[in-house]
Design a protein around this ligand. Structure first.
Ligand code: IMP
Length: 424
């Protein structure tokens, strides 16, 4: 079986959790490569809903080995919560869960700093998920971070934590003495997770490369989406890691030649949580119908997602930077309710046509989308599992997307359950 990377091609929340869950059947190892607890993967199995933020969803499959790679920022308390949840539901994970020794920690002070920093931004808020992701990656890049392996060295851990608290005085001095003392205590206590986390700490680079050598197939599980990538997304309204395909290599220590397929998970329309431009946003009845029909509320924060029509300008760019080889198209059934479906093929900005993505937020925020209109099917596709049962208009919509993106659709999702899927 091939080594596959699964990435989101829009602003996250494309339904990667379900796609990863399905493709896990074909893999022996599932590895997360970027982001942190800002991701939320919802998987529905036999009417049981699982929401995992850090532990790869592959853990729900007996026998599959799950890896949190060095590119992920890890909140150990959250990991332990998720493991407790799995234990309660009698899902065994002891010998098949690994955390990279060099993954960086999200510390309690990161979350506080994120909150204080966001407050200080005034009207230019990013609206992050509140999981301390930005400050944790910032410390990693500034070489101030603490890594998972550092909790094993008590003195080093305490020394670095104390130093970090001191050097972050600019924000932390806004806290009262009591609040600061509490954050300090909580931060120093992270090393107490040592006993429970130690069995899972591993040299995941060695593990993954050996697994590949042995012919095992790896599923590289992306988080968020291309437009939230720190380099390629709608900066600064993005996350702080590489959510695109390159992140799989740097976030796991695996060479690019080991990747056989790049699956681009694409929602049949567009959504976004948090601030930043969304050219095809529909702040009207259409947006409301997409939001209700698609249950577009964040898995991590519960925030309502902003909704709009499919945007091919964004997708062409996203497919280019990821080298997507196959499309997994999700939430097709949410469009069942529409008589006509619009797809954005370009933008008009100050009377000029824009056909390629630009990182210029003024253009993205103030352009007028140019739409092509396709007939809706106005029939129920929810739960369909056979391609030939789809209405002709739905097939045409899929063909249209594949043609425009010059990439085949290889999987179609028609509902949140694992079995509500059209496979090749
Ligand atoms: P952060 O990753 O928490 O720093 O958030 C930065 C931006 O990315 C915010 O606009 C978030 O709403 C957005 N974001 C982060 N993770 C996700 C995700 O998994 N799905 C959708 N949006 C996300």
């Amino acid at each position: 079986m091939p080594n596959r990377v699964v990435v989101g091609t829009q602003w996250g929340d494309e339904g990667k959790g379900k796609i990863v869950d399905i493709l896990t059947e074909d893999a022996e190892v599932v590895a997360r490569f970027s982001g942190g607890a800002n991701a939320g993967h919802t998987v529905v199995i036999d009417d049981q809903t699982f929401i995992l933020h850090l532990v790869p969803t592959g853990i729900l499959h007996p026998g599959k080995i799950c890896v949190i790679g060095n590119g992920v920022v890890v909140d150990l308390e959250q990991v332990l919560c998720e493991l407790d949840q799995l234990r309660k539901r009698k899902i065994e994970f002891r010998d098949r869960f690994l955390i990279s020794q060099t993954a960086h920690l999200v510390m309690p002070y990161h979350k506080v700093i994120e909150r204080l920093e966001e407050e200080a931004r005034g009207k230019d808020k990013i609206a992050p998920t509140g999981k301390g992701i930005g400050p944790a990656y910032r410390d990693k890049m500034a070489r101030n971070g603490l890594r998972v392996m550092d909790i094993l060295d008590h003195d080093l851990f305490n020394k670095r934590t104390e130093w970090n608290l001191k050097s972050k005085n600019h924000f932390l001095r806004k806290l009262s003495r009591k609040e600061f003392a509490s954050i300090k205590k909580k931060s120093l206590e992270v090393s107490k997770f040592r006993r429970r986390i130690k069995p899972f700490i591993a040299d995941t680079v060695l593990f993954l490369n050996q697994a590949i050598k042995e012919g095992k197939s790896i599923l590289f599980e992306g988080a968020q989406g291309a437009m939230l990538d720190i380099d390629f997304g709608t900066y600064p309204f993005c996350t702080s890691s590489n959510t695109t395909v390159g992140g799989a290599c740097t976030g796991l220590g695996v060479g690019p030649a080991q990747i056989d397929e790049v699956i681009g998970v694409t929602k049949a329309y567009t959504t976004r949580v948090g601030n930043g431009p969304l050219p095809t946003e529909q702040q009207n009845e259409v947006g409301k119908r997409l939001q209700d029909g698609g249950n577009e509320f964040g898995a991590t924060t519960g925030r309502p997602r902003r909704c709009g029509w499919l945007d091919l300008v964004i997708l062409k760019y996203s497919f280019r930077i990821n080298g997507i080889t196959k499309i997994a198209l999700t939430k097709l059934d949410v469009l069942d309710a529409f008589n006509k479906i619009k797809v954005c093929v370009g933008y008009k900005y100050r009377n000029k046509s824009v056909t390629e993505f630009t990182p210029d937020l003024d253009v993205l925020g103030n352009c007028r989308p140019v739409y092509e209109e396709l007939p809706g099917w106005h029939k129920e596709t929810h739960g369909i599992t056979d391609y030939k049962d789809l209405p002709d208009e739905a097939k045409k919509y899929l063909d249209y997307i594949a043609r425009k993106l010059e990439t085949p659709v290889f999987l179609i999702s028609t509902g949140s359950r694992r079995d509500q899927t059209i496979l090749p």
